[in-house]
Design a protein around this ligand. Structure first.
Ligand code: PGA
Length: 238
């Protein structure tokens, strides 16, 4: 595992620079992206790098990490709404493909199974860290061999949909790329910022792995890089 710690003032630019480098090295990059608040400044910085000509998403395939079930199309909390507003719609040339999750399918389990196919052969997965140790909607109790699937959401996640992301109603469930797909990707990045994530980051990286903290399984990945700002890294013994 590589741990990259930077001051909050330059953290996003550092991650964005790495991402631009991956895109430049492999224009057909297959990349799985999250839509929490953590990556927002990274997307801002990447959009600026694209505008400067440092990289392009034109040949890339973007695969969405997760989605709420039970929110109407266009809801501000929907992950497809957010990724388009924060990244995709700001690019001068769209990615070759964007695979969102069809949470409106009357059989969301079938939509999850279809997304599991898109989530194979990823070159890079970019992840945020939940305060309860979740990764995407791999909530506590998840296992490292879990596929992309329909999941029951933790109460904290249902509350966050409304309180943090402005959902117009409480979602009933979620669909998430499973830990099995994340662990088999070519490279895995965990993005963590802010003092409020310091305790769970220490739990994920320095205490025994286990289903109470799904993020702890990421340590099995042979090419895991944790990008933390100084506040989030504050409790690590390093
Ligand atoms: P955040 O969410 O990036 O908005 O903190 C991360 C998560 O809960 O997965």
């Amino acid at each position: 595992m590589d741990l990259v710690v930077r001051p909050g003032s330059v953290w996003a630019e550092r991650v964005a620079g790495e991402l631009a480098g991956r895109l430049a090295a492999r224009p057909s990059l297959r990349i799985c992206l999250p839509t929490g608040d953590t990556p927002v400044p990274v997307y801002d910085a990447v959009v600026a790098l694209v505008a400067d000509g440092a990289c392009s998403f034109e040949g890339a395939t973007v695969v969405l990490l997760d989605e709420w079930v039970g929110l109407p199309p266009g809801d501000p909390a929907r992950c497809d709404t957010r990724i388009r507003a924060q990244l995709i719609d700001r690019l001068p040339a769209p990615p070759a493909a964007v695979h969102v999750i069809d949470a409106d399918d009357p059989w969301p389990g079938a939509a999850a199974a279809r997304h599991d196919v898109e989530a194979r052969n990823l070159d890079l997965v970019v992840l945020g860290l939940g305060l309860n140790g979740h990764i995407g909607f791999n909530e506590p109790g998840s296992r490292p061999d879990d596929p992309t699937r329909l999941v029951r959401l933790a109460v904290s996640s249902r509350e966050a949909a409304v309180a943090r992301y402005g959902a117009t109603r409480v979602p009933t469930a979620g669909i998430t790329v499973g830990l099995a797909r994340l662990l088999e990707a070519g490279e895995c990045w965990l993005l963590v910022t802010g003092e409020r994530k310091a305790r769970i980051l220490r739990r994920a990286l320095e205490e025994p792995e286990g289903p109470d903290c799904p993020a702890s399984y990421l340590r099995r990945h042979p090419r895991l890089t944790v990008f933390a700002d100084e506040a989030a890294a504050g409790l690590l013994r390093r």
